[in-house]
Write a protein that binds this ligand. Sequence first.
Ligand code: FES
Length: 123
Amino acid sequence: MTSDDEETTRYHITSVEGMEQGDRLRITVEGRDIVVFRGAEEFHAVGNVCQHQGAPMCEGRLLHPMETSEDGRELEQGESPTVACPWHGWEYELTTGDHVAPTEFSLPSYEAFTHEGELFVEL
Ligand code: FES
């Protein structure tokens, strides 16, 4: 654990060696159940408990939903990753924890990053 400033605390989690894109790691930090996903280029940390009925999001499927092109004429592969709940499919943005539909439901979202091959999460 490293204190970063008055508002957040940085926690060393583990080495990222061997973690491939799509891998996930369930951790408990300060009593919070968190899952860290390895995306294409970065890591995303969100709460592990689905806001619907409590499914473990660490068992969810990672997706890159289709998005409308800038001119609005085509669908194209989106860049913003999501995770689909393993029980009933609610889908959350990994970058924000927000449900993809305009609802009040969202997963807690945390800063996750690497430094010199080590994974850190800030709360
Ligand atoms: S528990 Fe996640 S969608 Fe139902």
